[in-house]
Write a protein that binds this ligand. Structure first.
Ligand code: NAD
Ligand code: 44H
Length: 384
């Protein structure tokens, strides 16, 4: 069985690669990072280290790499032969790899392949694979679309494992937390006979992806932005600050109340899930930079993203969202020189009226919310 995986980065190697290999797949990693691709081709294996007291090492074998900038034709060929295609490349990059996936589908049709496959985007976003499908379909002819409608599934997925930026001499070595969870929307699959061991299949992914995004990611981002606001550089140190931990707990209470109200989750189970998340952020065996967790703040301020969507939905339901609003105010003060979106946000704030910046970054048309966010931002600036 063959897998093509786009993005040989942290989660790509640290989780998706491990899972596919455990399920007997031969994996072609597609990436633009020459060092990683060359190392994959030279060694055909890499090592994952579990970041807990065991420090256990796991070998991932039967892997190779394709540089999609240099060898797009090899990627198309690999997709034509694949049994599964996955991505973990970043939500904003999906549109750049869409033409290659479209050409791969075209190649499958040209060789009259009757094998159905699924293309699974493992990104932190709601509706990731369906979003990728839209981008891919832009590049398909009417005829290709008909073939794709029948043969290619784009099931949404939620992927959870903290994999920080890696700082080892070996460019492939990847240290990961022990926790892992990958859920795939079963109803959107075209090849449901391929069921990966250790992956969960759900009839409706929405509650899972919202629970993950609005608990793990809203919480993680809250530690990052509150931590940065208070001068910290990494998640593990920031969370030892009582005020940062308090802010995290307040935010998780708000998203928890929303999720319980919306999806009818059992409160006790959800609180247990939240405690587990806090413990994961406190993992002393992991060193996770605030620069990584807070990366791309404009994306994270998006309408359907980890802060604005829970704020909108809490407001609709008459639930509290004060701590979420407070954190959003701090996001606008996030100044990370290594992150281009953070610098773009800084420039926008320096050159445009704050109201325009808030509307553009959040996509909100609710004037009351826009005003509340402006007030929260001004408070953050004043108290800094
Ligand atoms: N790291 C985590 O803890 C984690 C956990 C769950 C989900 N995710 C999600 O997975 C995705 C990837 O995150 P990551 O942390 O692994 O990031 P990463 O930066 O480590 O990996 C992304 C990889 O994509 C490659 N890439 C970028 N543009 C490309 C292009 N045009 N063509 C081919 N390759 C390209 C990069 O070279 C890099 O190797 C994101 O959507 C993220 O939200 C990450
Ligand atoms: O990947 P992002 O930028 O959407 O979010 C940063 C982190 O919160 C994220 O990568 C987590 O580590 C991960 O989602 C845990 O499953």
């Amino acid at each position: 069985m063959k897998a093509v995986h786009f993005g040989a980065g942290n989660i790509g190697r640290g989780f998706i690669g491990e899972t596919l290999a455990n399920n007997g797949f031969e994996i072609s990693f597609v990436d633009v990072n020459e060092t990683i691709i060359d190392a994959l081709n030279a060694r055909k294996e890499y090592t994952i280290q579990i970041a807990d007291e065991s420090q256990k090492e796991i070998k991932v074998e039967n892997v190779s790499g394709i540089n999609n900038k240099e060898h797009p034709e090899a990627v198309i060929e690999a997709i034509a032969e694949a049994d599964i295609v996955t991505t973990a490349i970043g939500p904003k990059i999906l549109k750049f790899i869409a033409p290659l996936i479209a050409e791969g589908i075209n190649a499958r049709e040209n060789k009259n392949s009757q094998k159905k496959i699924d293309v699974i985007a493992c990104e932190n976003m709601i509706g990731g694979s369906q979003n990728l499908k839209q981008e891919v379909y832009v590049h398909l002819s009417q005829e290709n679309k008909k073939y794709a409608d029948e043969m290619i599934g784009f099931p949404n997925a939620a992927v959870d494992r903290i994999v920080p930026l890696q700082k080892h001499d070996d460019p492939l070595y990847v240290s990961v937390e022990p926790f892992k969870e990958w859920v795939i929307d079963e109803h959107q699959m075209k090849a449901p006979e391929i069921k990966l061991t250790s992956v969960e299949y759900a009839p409706n992914l929405e509650p899972y992806i919202e629970r993950k995004l609005f608990s793990v990611n809203t919480g993680h981002a809250t530690v990052a932005y509150t931590g940065k606001y208070k001068g910290y550089k990494d998640i593990g140190t920031a969370i030892t600050d009582k005020e940062v931990l308090q802010q995290l707990k307040k935010v998780l209470k708000e998203t928890g109340d929303l999720l319980i109200n919306k999806w009818n989750f059992n409160r006790e189970d959800h609180e247990k899930y939240q405690r587990k998340i806090i413990g994961r952020f406190q993992n002393k065996y992991l060193s996770d930079d605030i620069a990584r967790v807070g990366r791309t703040p404009i994306r994270k301020l998006g309408y359907d993203e980890r802060f604005i969507r829970p704020i909108r939905e809490a407001k609709e339901r008459g639930l509290s969202f004060a701590a979420l609003l407070e954190t959003v105010g701090m996001i606008y003060t996030f100044d990370e020189p290594t992150d281009s979106e953070s610098q773009e946000l800084k420039k926008l704030l320096a050159n445009e009226p704050i109201k325009k910046v808030v509307i553009e970054t959040t996509g909100l048309d609710d004037q009351d919310l826009v005003t509340q966010i402006i007030e929260s931002y001004k408070k953050s600036v004043a108290n800094k």
